[in-house]
Ligand binder design. Sequence first.
Ligand SMILES: [Zn+2]
Length: 324
Amino acid sequence: MSNQWIAGVDLGGTTTKIAFISMDGDILHKWEIPTDHSNEGQYITSNIATSIMEKLEELGQSKTVLAGVGMGAPGPIDYETGVILNAVNLGWSDNFPLRDSLESVLSLPAAVENDANCAALGEMWQGAGNGAKNLVCVTLGTGVGGGVIANGNIVTGVNGAAGEIGHITTLPVGGAPCNCGKTGCLETIASATGIVRLAVEEMNKPNSKGELTNIFNRNKKITAKDVIDSARKGDPIAVKVLNEVAFHLGLALANIANTLNPEKIVLGGGVSKAGKILLDSVQDYFDKFAFPPVKNSTKLALATLGNDAGVLGAAWLIKNKFIG
Ligand SMILES: [Zn+2]
């Protein structure tokens, strides 16, 4: 059994990452295929099965080497039933039986979980969590995702919607509209989209100047990376925007920590690549707002696995469920 592999799958809207992973969490082989979500997503799981079988053949292995297949998918998932409740971007109808579909095309044990939760499990197993069993992961990407792990298990909530850290209300009055239908969510500030929005608002004020403004005037647009790079060089608008992001993140993370007192809060996603310039000021605000015994025991850290977190967490589902 210990020589078996696990197939970890990270299903995305445009590409699907697949990896064969050892029981110890080493990535042995990894590759990507395009996600074909045409015809109501009917090819998604069969394409994954075909790709896995082709890779096994290429490696001279039979299917018996695989203990199972774990998958992270974008959308709320009922882990117990393996049903994805809503996945508009993938073409599936509501309540699509994802785990059953995967099991039937591969004839292997399968487990499915929300992709942000898989990333959290991956960081717990092989990344910044370093085995911590009480961990919160926050993904700062186009949006803001979250995963909460308590005693080694994902906290799902009554409707699979726990850990939606991006939709913590951080501006109760006058906040920007969020994709979820509310206003003032953390995601409207601490995502790449939020950072660009805040920076453009600042630059639209009279007499705006500086490096970031020059980039904006030249390209007619900016990216979150432009804001981060300009902040490193001391551009006042970029520094102001990142400080605002750090304030809201520090406040939200302190309140999460005040509730859960996890060992670690891990920050991942593209925006976290800002690194020290962001983390140090998030830490300052976290320290200001965290309950003292929490401040002294919950650590903030940057994610270490990057794009591999999803496939590793997906594989961990199988290890945890069938192997232990
Ligand atoms: Zn929201």
